[in-house]
Design a protein around this ligand. Structure first.
Ligand code: FAD
Length: 661
């Protein structure tokens, strides 16, 4: 006998988020008259404990067998309400949600009557669907206790160490020959002024020694298949032309190499050989041959490195190698890149030798840098008498070539560099910081700003419009200080550009391989900015550090620790539930044309031969439920209507459309 439908409808005020424009009482009143609705209520916060308890009590007392909540987006609270419904003994998929916040109260904030009417419509549609929904059972699959971490900056290093020390195996891949990322290039770190290398390099060594970490440096991700708990990945190991197992990092090869080229780690301010390590504390400390500059690869001559290597580690025959790994979770920690300063043409970067970026200035002040810590003008090696910083170059800039967000560390990084100058040269150097706003919001940063102000640094509220170079390499510019209402004409020996921050090169391609979305700024998008800041919308794939958005080291490390904790919690469960909202093929209607297979991004549907032992060859599409993400593209592409999406069947969708019209 067909079960009698008993639907409960709950309209959430979301404080004033919904109730300010939607008359929630009127919506509940309206819902109470819809077919099969036996209870309809409104409440201030349906997601709160009293709100959830109200639903649970009604399920028991009113014998509800379908529940509709009209509130925020399913992404925000569908799991909350499904759990509540399940706790009251109902199948969690007998729940339906109407989004009357993002789709209604927010866009129609100023039209309360229309918003209320639209909310009624959305509820009517949800009830129409709820009348047709059916129970579904999630499947469980085992989860591998290992993680892939992409990117070996401080975020990737921190997440690797946390997971490895919790007993999980970590594969850390880094595309450069060494781990360390940007932090390895910094001199001191604000606000405490610790030496960056002194904090970072011991962690890098811990990574290389940890029994639970396999470090794959000079490697890149090529392919990912599978699903949460069971990802199959292919990693490309680029040839170093040096056998990592034999190289002892003695450096004899580099001393013998006759070729000198600009050193990328020093941002071109110093040189390296064609066989090189990025910096002396590189991890792994293994040499790499730069094929584009090696005389043997380019002209077939030399091989001095090979001749003098006592460990016999040089191997010109190495080829790229593909490694296959199986992991339960993936953490993206690919960091950031700097905005290209040549785009800010008015400042002459690339044309004027003494205009440098802030990252270059980190190398200039660094004792291990190209000038051995002797702070000097790049044009003539002389001590500067005046250094001017320009903040927000390219960032917080809505022009075509600019980026509109804040890098969140630029102000304090410039203040730190000003401190280093003043601390070293005292009254002998004048330092200006030209700013739009000073944002020193992190712990201890405001105090640090005050300290540097008291050291005599000139803070100028204004942005120079253009820099000109004098014949002696000095730089002149005008800046209108709006705080002092004065036009200043400044002649500086060095100008430092605090450029903005952009997503790391290749982020888009990586996002495509991983099938995770990027935010509009190009950084990896978190599942929810407040509640799920390290999860992506793809289960089992997480994001850590500046790969998600620009941040300083303190915030990067907290974010990476959180990513490791969430990934670790998932893996420690041993198994994971797979969403049952997947595609379903009707074998009688399917004619095996393969259109579904062509459009499926997740390799979740394949055409296979059925009844292989009969004379007639019958082809049918088969869905791998673990891989299927329920996106519905296959159902749209199917010319015979053989594919149904569970929980979004044609009947259910048509009922909603009918209810809307
Ligand atoms: P990154 O350091 O960018 O590391 C990302 C790593 O991922 C890199 O090693 C990269 O090679 C690798 N990678 C990228 N793509 C791939 C791929 N596809 N496959 C494999 N590997 C990949 N913060 C402070 O708190 N204090 C300071 O004093 C300070 N000073 C700064 C000064 C300057 C001038 C700048 C620019 C920044 C400063 N910062 C400071 C910020 C600090 O640099 C960052 O917070 C920190 O480095 C972010 O670390 P990360 O691991 O997220 O990213």
């Amino acid at each position: 006998m067909k079960e009698e439908l008993r639907i409960g409808v709950y309209v959430c005020h979301c404080g004033l988020n919904i109730a300010a424009s939607v008359d929630c009482k009127a919506v509940a009143e309206y819902a109470s008259k819809l077919p099969d609705v036996v209870v309809a209520k409104d409440y201030a916060y349906m997601c709160s404990e009293p709100g959830q308890n109200m639903i649970k009590e009604d399920i028991k007392n009113e014998k509800l067998n379908r529940v509709v909540v009209a509130s925020c987006s399913p992404r925000m609270h569908e799991p909350t309400f499904r759990t509540a419904v399940q706790e009251a003994g109902l199948n969690p998929y007998l729940f339906e949600m109407a989004n009357i916040r993002e789709l209604c109260s927010w866009p129609h904030e100023k039209e309360p009557e229309k918003a209320t009417e639209k909310a009624k419509e959305l509820v009517r549609m949800a009830v129409a669907k709820a009348r047709l929904i059916e129970p579904l059972e999630p499947r469980t699959v085992g989860i591998k206790p290992s993680a892939l971490i992409i990117g070996g900056g401080v975020a990737g290093i921190w997440a690797s160490l946390k997971l490895a020390s919790s007993g999980f195996h970590v594969y850390l891949i880094e595309r450069e020959p060494t781990i360390g990322g940007h932090m390895a290039q910094l001199d001191k770190t604000f606000p405490t002024l610790d030496c960056s290398a002194c904090i970072l390099t011991p962690m890098m060594v811990d990574v290389s020694r940890h029994p639970n970490i396999t470090l794959l440096a000079y490697s890149e991700l090529k392919e990912v298949e599978g699903y949460v708990g069971n990802f199959k990945v292919k990693v490309l190991r680029k040839p170093r032309y040096v056998d990592e197992n034999k190289c002892i990092g003695c450096g004899t090869c580099a001393t013998k190499c006759p070729v000198k080229v600009p050193n990328e780690f020093e941002l071109g301010l110093g040189t390296r050989k064609a066989i090189y390590v990025s910096f002396p504390q590189s991890v792994p400390l293994k040499y790499t041959i730069d094929r584009d500059h090696c005389l043997y690869f380019q002209k077939g001559v030399c091989r001095l490195c090979e001749r003098f290597c006592e460990a016999k580690a040089v191997d010109f025959t190495q080829e790229p190698k593909e490694v296959e790994l199986e992991v339960g979770t993936i953490i993206v920690a690919t960091g950031y890149d700097m905005y290209d300063a040549t785009k800010a043409k008015e400042y002459g970067y690339g044309r004027y030798k003494n205009v440098v970026t802030a990252l270059e200035f980190e190398r200039i002040t660094n004792a291990a840098g190209p000038f051995h810590g002797k702070i000097a003008r790049p044009s003539n090696g002389k001590k500067p008498k005046r250094v001017s910083f320009i903040l927000c170059v390219g960032s917080r800039d809505e022009r075509a070539d600019g980026i509109d967000y804040c890098c969140r560390f630029g102000c304090t990084a410039a203040i730190k560099q000003a401190y280093i100058l003043k601390n070293k040269f005292g009254e002998d150097v004048d330092v200006d910081i030209c700013y739009i706003d000073i944002r020193t919001f992190g712990k201890g940063q405001e105090e640090f700003y005050r300290k540097v102000r008291n050291m005599g640094v000139n803070f100028i509220h204004g942005k120079p419009s253009e820099i000109r170079e004098l014949p002696d390499g000095s730089l002149v510019f005008d800046v209108f200080d709006t705080a002092a209402n004065t036009l200043l004409n400044i002649k500086a020996d060095i100008v430092v550009l605090m450029t903005g921050v952009v997503p790391s090169k290749g982020a888009k391609e990586l996002a495509e391989i991983l099938k995770v979305p990027l935010s509009s700024d190009g950084f990896f998008m978190e599942a929810h900015p407040k509640l799920h800041p390290v999860e992506t919308v793809t289960e089992g794939i997480f994001v850590a550090g500046t790969a998600q958005g620009s941040k300083d080291i303190t915030d990067t490390v907290s974010h990476a620790g959180n990513a490791a904790a969430v990934a670790g919690t998932l893996m420690s469960q041993g198994e994971v539930k797979i969403e049952p909202i997947t595609a379903l093929v009707d074998g009688d209607l399917c004619r095996g044309c393969g259109k579904c297979e062509e459009v499926c991004e997740f390799n979740a549907i394949r055409v296979e031969e059925v009844q292989p032992f009969t004379w007639t060859r019958v082809l049918n599409a088969k869905v791998n439920e673990a891989l299927c993400r329920g996106c519905g593209v296959c159902a749209v592409a199917c010319p015979t209507g053989a594919i149904t999406m569970k929980h979004f069947t044609d009947k259910q969708v048509m009922a909603m459309i009918k209810a809307a019209t």
